[in-house]
Write a protein that binds this ligand. Structure first.
Ligand code: KG4
Ligand code: ZN
Length: 338
């Protein structure tokens, strides 16, 4: 069994092939960062055009893995059918349908965020390391910040999401305020390393009594600070902002893990690349004998491997039943047997 995964939800054009055991046979990604940099965010129309331009080449590259059977390079095609940018999603779907028709293989719609969750199992070399269920999943990316109780593969209960900005979006916006460049997460993380603990103070948006998040107020606090402060130390601001985001994410996730009595926490999405977040989550989980799992660094930001892998899991668990390939920009995660 070989599964091709296609990712075009936002600003990465990704395609990858994995085998039935989850080994990665190829992984091709084109990042549009250079294109969106000057706008400090993703411009949907530019994203769609770049996906349209690149997707064929990226898929072709993914299909040239070692030992490929040229008459039938894959047995199924998975693609991210949401959530994401409407035009970008349609380009991924068209590419997936083309390959599926060409080789007469099934096509599977995969939720992009499920891709981020199961990516916690992926290893760069070798077979995946399975997660232990039930678990609490935190998906933190540029577009989403969500907490889920995952009873088993494909069996989800929604706990809460951000009411406004996603954590990654807040990183990007604060980086813009500080003129650090785009995407903001890696820049803020780098700058925070030079910062002094406690030199600046920002609020922790805990949203007590809910599983929800809210990061837009924190971003506003940074902008007011920049407006009013006599001296600006970017490193101190980055460190305190990052600490405020991390404290919030860790506290909510660990509290959920305790309340739902799970032994595992899985953290995925672009922001999960943040080393300070990983360390803080690991420490907080360790204290409570919870196993903290993260996505291996190369697979934190968007890629085709995570879509291929989530697709493989869906095929193995459901046999492709109740499969939906309709694109949906606001797609929510749904249980597979629902
Ligand atoms: O998952 P992803 O590639 O795309 C979406 O699905 O949105 O996540 C991209 C987001 C961006 O907001 C980026 O700033 C953030 O992930 N990010 C980080 C780090 N690396 C990427 N945020 C904090 N620290 C990082 N090291
Ligand atoms: Zn993503």
């Amino acid at each position: 069994m070989k599964v091709l995964g296609i990712e075009t939800t936002c600003d990465e054009t990704g395609a990858a092939v994995i085998d039935g055991a989850g080994n990665i046979l190829s992984d091709a990604v084109y990042s549009q960062i250079a294109l969106h940099k000057k706008f400090y965010g993703v411009v949907p129309e530019l994203a769609s055009r770049a996906h349209a331009q690149k997707v064929a080449g990226i898929v072709k590259e993914a299909l040239q893995y070692k030992g490929v059977n040229r008459n039938k390079p894959v047995d199924a095609v998975a693609f991210a059918h949401g959530p994401g940018l409407p035009g970008a999603l349609l380009i991924g779907k068209t590419a997936a349908l083309t390959v599926a028709e060409l080789y007469n293989v099934p096509i599977i719609g995969v939720n992009h965020l499920e891709g981020h969750i199961y990516a916690c199992e992926l290893n760069k070399d070798g077979a995946p390391t399975p997660l232990e269920y039930p678990l609490i999943a935190l998906t933190v990316s540029g577009g989403h910040t969500e907490l889920w109780y995952v009873k088993d593969v494909g069996n989800y209960t929604f706990l809460g999401a951000t009411r406004d900005d996603a954590a990654g979006e807040a990183f990007d916006k604060v980086a813009k305020l500080l003129d650090l460049g785009y995407p903001g997460g890696p820049m803020v993380e780098k700058m925070a390393k030079e910062g002094k603990e406690g030199a600046v103070k920002f609020p922790r948006p805990y949203m007590k009594g809910t599983w929800e998040f809210s990061f837009s107020g924190l971003k506003t606090s940074v902008s007011y600070y920049l407006r009013d402060a006599r001296e600006i130390n970017k490193a101190n601001i980055c460190l305190e902002f990052q600490n405020a985001v991390i404290d919030t994410l860790v506290r909510k996730t660990v509290t959920a893990a305790m309340e739902y009595k799970v032994k595992t926490v899985a953290v995925g999405g672009g922001v999960s690349a943040n080393s300070a977040l990983r360390e803080a989550m690991e420490l907080a989980c360790k204290r409570r004998r919870i196993n903290a799992r993260f996505v291996a660094k190369p697979f934190c930001t968007d890629n085709g491997v995570m879509i291929a892998y989530a697709g493989l899991k869906k095929i193995q668990k459901t046999g492709g039943k109740k499969n939906c390939i309709k694109t949906n920009p606001s797609l929510k995660i749904e249980s597979w047997n629902a």
